[in-house]
Design a protein around this ligand. Structure first.
Ligand code: HEC
Ligand code: HEC
Length: 131
């Protein structure tokens, strides 16, 4: 009887440890994405972010704040820098412009899918030049 109880307790304990580990894992993977698809690959996300750096002539820290405890690393999840929200508005605008105004014949001319990009206006400047 006592033996059975011990096995039962051990099973319960194992269950919670496994659930706990899974929760940590999910938490690590969860992304704070409101415009881009949540299941985007790391490589795709990184290449999009690189295009922002080039289009605006900035570094990643233009939109992302440093980690509280590790100032050398950026906290990509955080929305503390208002530039990140500005950038989200720009992303929505660009998606909208392209959807409404271009790509009439996607089968024949798929290259017009992303006609307007950040670079179209910013041209390497965070604050777009006038002409
Ligand atoms: C012009 C602003 C801007 C710049 C510059 C920028 N990012 Fe971002 N980044 C964003 C925005 C906005 C989001 C959130 C997008 C969304 O909500 O869909 C984001 C999201 C991310 C995420 C996902 C965070 C999460 O919640 O998991 C990572 C990782 C990231 N950026 C890395 C980078 C890296 C690396 C660089 C430099 C190469 C960079 N970013 C440069 C605006 C920027
Ligand atoms: C149609 C032209 C246009 C396009 C396309 C565009 N932007 Fe902008 N963007 C602007 C202008 C103009 C401002 C300045 C607005 C202001 O200060 O009133 C601006 C401002 C910003 C800002 C705020 C910082 C600043 O410079 O004032 C960020 C961040 C930004 N853009 C990111 C992006 C990103 C990322 C993209 C691509 C997803 C993008 N923009 C596409 C015209 C554009």
């Amino acid at each position: 009887m006592l033996h059975k109880k011990k096995i039962f307790a051990f099973t319960i304990l194992t269950f919670f440890v496994v659930v706990g580990m899974a929760a940590v894992k999910i938490n690590q993977k969860e992304r704070n994405l409101k415009v881009l698809p949540k299941d985007i690959s790391d490589a795709k996300l990184d290449s999009i972010m690189q295009t922002y750096n080039i289009a605006l002539g900035v570094k990643c820290n233009f939109c992302h704040v440093p980690m509280k405890n590790i100032p050398d690393s950026l906290d990509y999840y955080s929305d503390a820098d208002p530039m990140k929200e500005n950038a989200r508005k720009m992303m929505v605008m660009v998606i909208d412009i392209n959807k409404k105004n271009f790509n009439f014949y996607p089968e024949i001319r798929p290259e017009y899918l992303n006609t307007v990009t950040c670079k179209t206006c910013h041209r390497g400047e965070a604050f777009p030049p006038e002409d």
